[in-house]
Design a binder for this molecule. Structure first.
Ligand SMILES: *Cc1c(COP(=O)(O)O)cnc(C)c1O
Length: 392
């Protein structure tokens, strides 16, 4: 089924891109095949030359499950086109290589792998890389004057839930001819649509909320067709497509995306309010709380505040670790966006590679615990955190 722009997001999540086969499957069945055959040579030539749409070879992305997935991904971000990948990092790497070779300016805290990819691998290829903290946004215009190709950031960020104004940064970047790419993994397309706010490209680690069940690793890029066209050969020849099984599972996940995210938004908000002001907790960082510095911008550019929340315990690292270890329902582990609630101490995982001084500059303390809330009952999650705090 083709995308109907008048349809609501939930309808598009269920129906866009689905192929109804001759057996009457309600959605695209899994085509577990690496190649496709043709009745005659001319039929193959037509597909190779692009005169007729069709499947050809899975690594090229010319595969029904991958095409179904990409129609859904584009619909999610209201983009002209989308590409799927074997991981979020694969999506980012192809995007940087296709569109960021003139230079990348990265704003605020980003995923550890993104930082490493930019700071080590891309820099080693001679790509000019600039990092600006959120507190250094006044320097952005100066950097853009150096003819930088790509501005890249996350909002909300991990783990401090810093919020950046997508509209404002995009219009400044465009004045200087730079493209803007947002990692929308934390917010999800349900809560935030960067392209509608002026960004050019959106990337996702579909391993997280889009997958939503902690059972697949995948990535996505959405944007204008002309930009996606530049990324296609990089994905093809770096061999980054997702396996058909993964594409099929991700489509299954996207069908329930809206109801999952609405539930996770509501749970995180309820937990945030329950924890705010509780003895033993110094700060609750959640975009939906008016106490968060970026709350006003979040209200303006987000449709929901997400399922991620960070608390700062009013104690040292050892006590914070004891609190985390005392949690029973909420498991300790990296990653996010699944059915089960998880927590992690950023100093032990996501930001363990940074020096203490660098973490301090970013406002990341040893007393922070980051939560990803799943589908459990909010009352059980709140009770679990409260009983863990009693161990302080
Ligand atoms: C996990 C994550 C990534 C990397 O995604 P993978 O699927 O693990 O490659 C990128 N950005 C953010 C914000 C993430 O949380």
């Amino acid at each position: 089924m083709n995308l109907d722009k008048n349809q609501g997001l939930s309808t598009r999540c269920v129906h866009t891109g689905e192929i109804n086969d001759q057996f009457g499957a309600p959605h695209t069945p899994l085509y577990n095949t690496s190649t496709f055959v043709f009745p005659d040579t001319q039929s193959l030539v037509d597909v190779v030359q692009g005169n007729r749409p069709g499947s050809l070879y899975t690594r090229y992305g010319m595969h029904p499950n991958i095409k179904t997935l990409e129609a859904k991904l584009a619909a999610l971000e209201n983009a002209e086109a989308a590409l799927s990948f074997g991981s979020g990092m694969a999506a980012e790497a192809a995007t940087f290589l296709a569109l960021g070779r003139k230079g990348v300016v990265c704003i605020g805290d980003v995923y550890g792998g993104t930082f490493e990819l930019l700071d080590s691998q891309l820099r080693s290829l001679g790509v000019p890389i600039h990092f600006l903290l959120g507190s250094e946004l006044d320097k952005l215009e100066g950097v853009l004057k150096e003819d930088i190709g790509l501005v890249y950031f996350e909002t909300p960020t991990n783990p401090t839930l810093e919020i950046f104004d997508i509209e404002k940064i995009s219009s400044l970047a465009h004045e200087y001819g730079s493209l803007v790419c947002i990692d929308n993994t934390f917010a999800t397309p349900i809560n935030q649509n960067p392209i509608a706010l002026g960004a050019d490209i959106v990337v996702h680690s579909a391993t997280k909320y889009l997958g939503g069940h902690s059972d697949i690793t995948a990535g996505a890029v959405m944007g204008r067709q002309e930009l996606i066209n530049e990324i296609i050969p990089w994905r093809k020849n770096l061999g980054q497509v997702p396996a058909p099984e993964v594409a099929s599972l991700l489509c299954r996940s996207i069908r329930s995306l809206v109801i999952r995210i609405e539930r996770q938004n509501a749970t995180a908000h309820e937990v945030a309010e329950a924890l705010d002001g509780l003895a033993g907790i110094k700060r609750v960082l959640y975009p939906g709380l008016t106490s968060l510095e970026g709350h006003e911008i979040a209200r303006k550019q987000m449709n929901g505040f997400g399922g991620m929340l960070t608390i700062e315990i009013d104690a040292d690292y050892e006590t914070t670790t004891r609190v985390a270890d005392q949690l029973k329902l909420i498991r300790i582990g990296p990653s996010l966006g699944g059915a089960e609630s998880l927590c992690t101490q950023p100093v032990t995982t996501t930001h363990s590679g940074l020096t203490e001084e660098e973490r301090h500059r970013r406002g990341i303390t040893p007393s922070m615990i980051r939560f990803s809330f799943g589908f459990e009952d909010p009352a059980d999650l709140i009770a679990d955190i409260k009983q863990a705090l009693e161990s302080m």
